[in-house]
Write a protein that binds this ligand. Structure first.
Ligand code: FES
Length: 189
């Protein structure tokens, strides 16, 4: 990237030397002093951070302590555990719905070996999310086909937006984001 774009200037900070190599650049971990040397005008910039959580925490703390305007701080996250609190709230909501006498279907995921409950009217994807399962999905509107899965048994009411073909439906496939169980299901996932 740096070869193709001169405005990209990579800087490496290493923790330790390799067995037969000695590093002559920055070493240790990122901190305010190193940041100021690498990028003296960092306070005027926008920061995008991606990496292991302790690294991102360290960068965030460093920037805060340096008086950086945190509205220009952006952080990547691939870890849904970050949303555990929100997920827990949803599980509580779902439990309340289940307790309130709504009909509940059993959804068995054959490959993962999990069985979860899905209140009547809820989509399979939403029920899985509330149970803390991570299923492939993208649009959540029946358009993209990412959540397409095979139903080994049971039936659903599916209102899709074109993300599945009739011949796939005939072969027992369904889009989990817009499928509401009519019966207990076994899903090949
Ligand atoms: S997530 Fe896009 S069709 Fe289901």
């Amino acid at each position: 990237m740096a070869k193709r774009n001169r405005s990209i200037r990579p800087t490496f900070i290493i923790e330790d030397d390799a067995a037969r190599e000695t590093w002559s650049g920055y070493r240790g971990r990122i901190d305010g002093a190193k940041l100021a040397m690498i990028c003296p005008d960092f306070r005027d910039r926008t920061v995008f951070v991606c990496g292991p959580a302790p690294f991102m925490r360290a960068v965030k703390t460093t920037l805060k302590e340096a008086g950086f305007d945190m509205s220009r701080y952006h952080q990547e996250s691939f870890n849904f555990d970050d949303f555990t609190e929100e997920a827990q709230d949803k599980i509580t909501d779902a439990t309340e719905e289940i307790d309130s006498g709504v009909r509940v279907f059993q959804l068995e995921f054959a490959k993962t070996g999990r069985t979860i409950e899905c209140p009547e009217g809820m989509t399979v994807l939403e029920a899985a999310r509330r149970a803390g399962m991570r299923l492939p999905s993208s649009c959540s509107k029946g358009l993209c086909g990412t959540c397409k899965s095979k139903l080994t048994s049971g039936s659903v009411e599916m209102k899709h937006g074109g993300g599945i073909r009739q011949r796939e439906i005939d072969a027992g496939m369904a889009l989990l984001c817009c499928s509401r169980p009519r019966t207990d299901l076994v899903i090949e996932r």
